[in-house]
Ligand binder design. Sequence first.
Ligand code: 6R9
Length: 657
Amino acid sequence: MTPDNIQSLQHEQRLFSPPAAKRAHIPDMATYEEHYRRADQDPEGYWADRAKELLSWSKPWDKVMDCDFNIPKINWFVNGQLNVSYNCLDRHVENGLGDKTAIIWQGEPEEDVRHISYRELLTDVVRFANILKKLGVGRGDRVALYMPMVPELAVAMLACTRIGATHSIVFAGFSAASLMNRIQDCEAKVLVTADAVLRAGKKIPLKGNVDDALAECPTVTSCVVLKRAGIDINMVEGRDLWWHDVVADPNIAPTCPCEPMDSEDLLFILYTSGSTGKPKGVMHSTGGYLTYAAHSTQLVFNLHDDDIHFCTADIGWITGHTYIVYGPLALGVTSVMFEGVPSYPDPSRFWHLVEKFRITSFYTAPTAIRALMRDGAEWTSKNDLSSLRVLGSVGEPINPEAWMWYHENIGKSKLPVVDTWWQTETGGILISALPFATPLKPGSATRPLPGVHARIVDAEGNPTAANEGGHLIIERPWPGMLRGVFGDPERFKQQYFDRFPGKYEAGDGARQDEDGYFWIMGRLDDVINVSGHRLGTAEIESALVSHPAVAEAAVVGMPHEIKGQAIYAYVTLRADADESDELIKALRNHVRKEIGPLASPEVIQFTVGLPKTRSGKIMRRVLRKITTGSTALEDFGDTSTLADPSVIQDLIAGRHT
Ligand code: 6R9
């Protein structure tokens, strides 16, 4: 897909009516339209109501919004004050919900289960907040978290918010080098980590990566290490502390006041891949983000006090931030946190958990659905799934086959499947069906939530006709949107607001059908979506080129049955290096080490040349065509600017199928 010639080949006609529900926040399309109209005509009134209904503010705001995409300037609930830890914990305890389960934690071993009440979570958070303070962390300081899916991760996040520190979570599947880059960029003072991750019956060491990373991170003065797997690790004297030791200190005060934070104070940074260079530190602020997290969680999953919500994402990604921790806890519902994987010890693990915890809303990714589909529908009939009310999907377009499989086998052809489109940058879901209102079309994210002005425009920024592909943009600000790129205001402006002045550019291609439904087609930039995770081609290419045998590398996405997209790398070697299967293995390992296992190329093709323009730019469009099997010259479009057109035939001859 090239940005200026965006075509969609999908023509899905099926339509499913939403089921009736006794307690729907938005029970029908008329109510949806009413909300949408109100948010459109009176955005300040709409968002003020939502922020007041959903959150407790210690000081009211002076102005609901002060935004201008042309600058860009984004401020919500100006001069209002609140604390995220207070909103997610204290106020629920004050309201008599202290004994209610906040987090049901299912560890990877079946017997590792904890039901953590709001009161217990508060106690743990207060304790850890005091520990962070003792380690010198204060308001505005950054704390990096590199952890498995354990309750201590949520405790550390909320402890940061309590004292006004900013967390930056690094997915535990990332390498030492990726961790180092992120810590260096945000200049974290403290790192919280664990000895290892338990995954599919294995222990994957973390602390070695931490030691390698911290060797180059002078800002980090302390590292708190949770013992999760009990493997032997190296503890650095004067820097490293065991979690169990610090929390056992009898001198820690039993209380810790909530720091009153300005609505626009930085809540967290989360790094995400862009089309160029190093990952961007996406910044989210306190009041707008939390309002939007609570708002979207409530409406999209139709949550009420007695719901048990299970989002299967890792907290290292935005989906886990918003829909495991902040959204559900702000609403005071019970959130399930799962350490394991969908297929271990067998492909009924998710469904077993649904039955075990009587889960009512279930949110996962198309890649997981496709993998479970391959394992066979028989795994879905071993458990009682009758507690489920809403099914969700996120991370990449869900193909209609996977949607139907999910709907029929998990939803027993009764439950709504909400396909939720959003991004790290958007903070929360922007386009999604509302489960008991929106008629569903398999493969479509359907309509924008109230307050979201999504449009499709052509390369010049003009609205496209129905069914015509184009760029997905958001025309007006919403409270959950990013506030900047950490340390790089110019990149913030250039990446999101320059191409279509005054509008937010999402970077995705999409079309809107005659009913106004959105069909997302995927990224238009050089971002590859592997199993719902964003990877920049530039990062993978620079990892490959940093290997001594490699002269040059170009990376494109290739269609993959389970992962959605996989990485196909074209590599030219230095004169003194020889092609071999060992070198392919070594290069894969090198990328794993530089970025993480997710980024490891599926295919590496050695080539003597890459298709380049005379000005030296790699024509990725040509590589994408070769990767997907094109052989006819006319498929490659205009190749007249290629410095050496014969390269195409060589690449086709060497293609891996
Ligand atoms: C939440 C999340 C964002 C990119 C986004 C788009 C793709 C996410 C999608 C979807 C089609 C959906 N994406 N949800 N594409 N349908 N329901 O995934 O954030 O990791 O930042 O990725 O993922 O391409 O631009 P993030």
